[in-house]
Write a protein that binds this ligand. Structure first.
Ligand code: DOR
Length: 445
């Protein structure tokens, strides 16, 4: 059933919010009418009762762990949690097992997405020190981008060979998304911390080991290289105020160098390590409240172009290990939009800014075909939210395979009521329809 008439919605789209009816036919948005729509034969009616309808969010950085790490997460669980959180399209990272380093392995991931994803999907092609020729065979029309870890994180996918980097930056024919943290600086800081504390390094040390200096060294080098070669560079998960100097305010159109911020760097600060410990251990690390304030401001002024999650689950057992063995990352897709809307309630963002950074801008930045807007002719990827229906994150309402969230105990004022993926009602009344399958995202390139 993918014909719908949604009445009396406050449609949040392209900088404004207007009361309108939305007609969906055969999975596409057919009509958005401020004057209202009379009868629509064959369409199921929903009265939105003045609640807010946003485009489905597009998350350009998730780790759904399939294949090979499915004890942490898999595409079925990750995509179900995503639609419950209003995310209708995701772009997934190559640090799986095996790593996504050949076209054949990449296509195998697309087959896995087709088999089990409730949301629309795209998978990055991974770069290593030795696979540039394979990377350059990636089809820009049906793959979101290339991913290079310039600092190693889960899976040790480091690209650090100078000739490889030179080739990647000069020959990349589609968006090159990078993880930027300088490996030698991290190794030096880590050795010092181990000498001082042994394995049980206090979690508060994490932003001093994965330091602001490590972020700056790597991201500033990458931006310099991109300027030299005209690379279409996208710097992921900015975590420091200093790095924001590298980016330009204003709309993303025309930019060759863009940046992403993640929800955890907008929400948490180093003051939270004492209470949250390993549950907020991410790479790059959550840093100071000053950094967080600067990143929030950069989201508003355009130096940060998109907001994503870096959803990266690990099991509770893995997270319980001492610092040196405890992996970085945590699950976020189910709570990213409610968290951003909470920041709206706190006066940090407007609802239109949330839609811009989580829905429209990722679509424009990656040239996603026919998604990211509530516009006639686009796929009906939409999320209906109640901005005033408080609920508390609890183990019982988590959809993650890992069974925990850094937001447990947090009350959010905003609640996702319904999520449509290609006009299919994928989430309603707290339930995901796991029989629904998303589509492979395509790109206008
Ligand atoms: O904290 C992180 N965890 N950052 C990354 O970039 C990778 C991720 C993971 O895959 O666990």
């Amino acid at each position: 059933m993918n014909n719908w008439l949604i009445r009396n919605a406050r449609v949040v789209n392209e900088g404004s919010t207007v009361q309108a009816d939305v007609l969906v036919r055969n999975g596409f948005i057919e009509h958005v009418a401020v004057e209202g729509i009379g009868q629509a034969r064959g369409a199921q009616e929903v009265d939105a009762k003045g609640r807010h309808l946003l485009p489905g969010a597009i998350d350009d950085q998730v780790h759904f762990r399939e294949p090979g790490l499915t004890h942490k997460e898999d595409i079925a669980h990750g995509s179900a949690a995503a639609v419950a959180g209003g995310i209708t399209t995701f772009m997934e990272m190559p640090n799986t097992v095996p790593q996504t380093l050949t076209q054949e392995l990449l296509e195998q991931k697309y087959a896995m997405g087709a088999a089990s994803s409730v949301a629309n999907y795209s998978f990055y092609m991974g770069a290593s020190n030795t696979n540039v020729d394979e990377v350059l065979r990636t089809d820009p029309r049906n793959v979101c981008g290339l991913k290079a870890f310039l600092g190693s994180s889960t899976g040790n996918m480091l690209v650090d060979n100078p000739e490889t980097l030179e080739r990647l930056f000069s020959e990349a024919h589609l968006i090159l998304a990078i993880h930027a943290e300088d490996e030698p600086i991290i190794r030096r800081n880590m050795a010092e911390a181990v000498a001082k504390y042994g394995d049980n390094i206090p979690m508060e040390q994490h932003p001093l080991i994965r330091s602001a200096e490590a972020c700056w060294r790597s991201s500033s080098n990458a931006v310099a290289l991109a300027k030299q070669h005209g690379t279409r560079l996208h710097v992921l998960h900015i975590s420091t105020a200093k790095e924001l100097e590298l980016f330009t305010p204003g709309p993303l159109e025309g930019k060759r160098i863009t940046a992403e911020a993640c929800v955890h760097h907008l929400w948490f600060s180093d003051a939270d390590y004492a209470a949250m410990g390993a549950f907020i251990k991410w790479n790059p690390a959550v840093k100071s409240a000053t950094d967080r304030a600067a990143i929030r401001q950069a989201v508003k002024d355009g130096r940060i172009d998109v907001v994503a999650t870096d959803h990266a689950p690990h099991t509770l057992e893995e997270k319980a290990q001492p610092y040196t063995q405890c992996p970085s990352g945590g699950p976020l897709v189910q709570h990213a939009l409610p968290a951003m809307l909470e920041l709206m309630h706190q006066g940090v963002f407007t609802v239109e800014e949330v839609a811009e950074k989580m829905c429209h801008a990722p679509a424009r930045l990656f040239q996603v075909k026919d998604r990211g807007f509530i516009r006639e002719g686009q796929y009906a990827d939409m999320v209906l939210v109640d901005l005033d229906a408080p609920w508390t994150v609890d183990k019982k309402n988590l959809l993650y395979k890992c069974g925990w969230s850094p937001f447990e105990g947090q009350t959010f004022r905003s609640r996702v009521l319904r999520t449509w993926v290609n006009g299919n009602l994928a989430y309603a009344d707290g339930q995901v329809d796991r029989s629904i399958r998303g589509m492979r995202a395509l790109f206008d390139r």
